[in-house]
Design a binder for this molecule. Structure first.
Ligand code: C2E
Ligand code: CA
Ligand code: CA
Length: 486
């Protein structure tokens, strides 16, 4: 607009107008697109709930508010139980249906001010602000369990849907967003380990446990880097004609303050900090070093074995490391055996895992792999013939029930027949009594491992054990006293 004045003093103004409707329309479109883009960037495609980035922003803001008031913030870490099995059995569309249903049920069960986000494959995080204490959070967690746990319709039937929940509360002091997420995740891990389908709260006891785990993780990392782990060896014996056939390498950790830590605790700990392949590489060295010693001591026919985790089999250096370890010590590929547990070779329902490729590579080099814990669960027995597996180790659960449960004996006998047909070597683990050994022999398996014959022992004890065992010949009644006591 402009103002003008005529020489006679008349004033007038000029107003220039342009039709900008189309511009406004464009702006609206742009704004809508921006909002859509923002939504895409902050939400999960499949379920439509916020994603991890959005959850982080929301949690930061909730904590900010809580720090200024006496209200609390809670985090619920949620994980679907048996999700992998649903995917494996019914396919990915079924898995997607369960995820969508879970997200929707969570969303509906929550209060308006709470947020649910999908932060991983089958992992959700719920952030609840404005709480008075842990009881509020427990109540919300309980309501979520009630709302989610239940079948999901799928095609003409239904799929099981169950969650486990770990809860942690901002305590009004120094907890950061990252701490809260770690704490709720730790609580979730506890539920998953103990009894699924429930809620666990990060309380004082879990806090102590968490602190110990964190310390142990740091100590273990140091111990592995400093090669400060010990390896024990347990004999595999052929009861007729009484020869020692093998020595299995089993890891032990002598912790400076906590004492001896066994694989039950050690292996999951190593896995939790991604050092299990490194640990296994140390076991390879220990197995190869022992083989050299056995040869020096005159026990050339005894082979050594080590346990390979899936992480080791997936490690790009694994085969090279094993082969160079053998040639460095002037050993051959016949001198060593790799033990791999069933679940590494087969997923549920006998589906072969990608690790069968490594096993076949090993076989091409002339290195034998045996299937460990055989008969304990999900073996793809039907697939055994197709794989480069050269032997099996029957799980100790078989030994435990072989005398009491006639069905176990029948199944065991059938498995032995099958292995014989496939020309697989067999060892039965966990033999503790003469009666068990007797029964196993009757049923057709003569290679045994267990406390009856020899416990896992350090190298110096092993030398003594070997000399005594060999000297005492084979008959059980002729064994040295300390062996019987085992
Ligand atoms: P595994 O490979 O099945 O080893 C046999 C386990 O049974 C050993 O437990 C052994 O001490 C125990 N055992 C032996 N004889 C008897 C018996 O007569 N009765 C009973 N009740 N138990 C017996 P350990 O040494 O605690 O090892 C447990 C598992 O940890 C091993 O099971 C193996 O899967 C894993 N493991 C051990 N060392 C390593 C390693 O260096 N790397 C990897 N990846 N896993 C390892
Ligand atoms: Ca083993
Ligand atoms: Ca085993």
């Amino acid at each position: 607009m402009s103002l003008h004045r005529e020489p006679d003093g008349t004033r007038y103004s000029v107003l220039v107008c342009r039709d900008v409707t189309s511009n406004i329309e464009k702006e609206r479109q742009l704004e809508a697109t921006t909002r859509q883009l923002e939504h895409i960037a902050s939400h999960d495609d499949l379920t439509g709930v916020p994603n991890r980035a959005e959850m982080s922003r929301f949690l930061d803001a909730a904590l900010e508010t809580a720090r200024k008031t006496d209200r609390r913030v809670g985090v619920l870490h949620i994980d679907l139980d048996e999700f992998k099995q649903i995917n494996d059995t019914h396919g990915h569309p079924a898995g997607d249906a369960v995820l969508k249903a879970t997200a929707e049920r969570l969303r509906r069960a929550l209060r308006k001010e709470d947020l649910v986000a999908r932060v991983g494959g089958d992992e959700f995080v719920v952030i609840c602000g404005n709480l008075t204490g842990l009881n509020d959070l427990r109540e919300i967690g309980g309501a979520l369990l009630d709302a989610v746990n239940g079948p999901v319709k799928w095609q003409n039937g239904s799929l099981g849907c169950q969650i486990s929940v770990g809860a942690a509360l901002y305590d009004g002091q120094s907890t950061s967003a990252e701490d809260l997420l770690l704490q709720s995740d730790f609580a979730l891990y506890e539920v998953k380990r103990k009894r699924r389908g429930r809620l666990a709260t990060y309380d004082a006891e879990l806090h102590r446990k968490h602190a110990r785990t964190t310390d142990l993780q740091a100590d273990l990392l140091k111990a592995i880097r400093n090669k400060d782990l010990s390896f024990y060896f347990q004999p595999v014996v052929a009861q007729q004609p009484g020869l020692v056939r093998g020595m299995e390498t089993l890891v032990r950790w002598h912790h400076p303050t906590d004492g001896l830590i066994t694989p039950d605790e050690l292996i999951p700990l190593a896995q939790s900090i991604n050092v299990i392949a490194e640990l296994d590489m140390l076991a390879i060295d220990a197995a190869l070093d022992l083989k050299v010693k056995l040869n020096e001591w005159g026990y050339d026919s005894i082979l050594t074995s080590f346990n390979a985790s899936s992480e080791l089999l997936a490690h790009p250096d694994f085969c090279d490391r094993l082969l160079s370890g053998l040639s460095f010590r002037d050993l051959t590929t016949d001198d060593i055996i790799v033990e791999v547990i069933e679940s590494v070779v087969f997923e549920s329902h006998g589906v072969a895992t990608p690790f069968v490729k490594t096993i076949s590579d090993l076989d091409n080099f002339g290195i034998f792999t045996v299937l460990d814990d055989f008969g304990s669960g999900n073996a793809g027995i039907a697939q055994l013939a197709k794989l480069a597996i050269r032997g099996v180790k029957f799980d100790k659960s078989i030994c435990l029930s072989i005398l009491e449960d006639p069905t176990v004996a029948i199944v065991y006998k059938t498995l032995i027949g099958l292995c014989n047909e496939l020309d697989l070597r067999m060892v039965t683990e966990g033999v503790e009594t003469q009666e068990q050994a007797e029964r196993l022999r009757e049923l057709g398996c003569t290679n045994m491992q267990g406390y009856l014959l020899g416990k896992p022992m350090p190298e110096d004890a092993l030398r003594r054990w070997l000399d005594d065992y060999t000297a005492s010949a084979i008959a059980p009644e002729e064994r040295p006293r300390y062996l019987k006591a085992n």
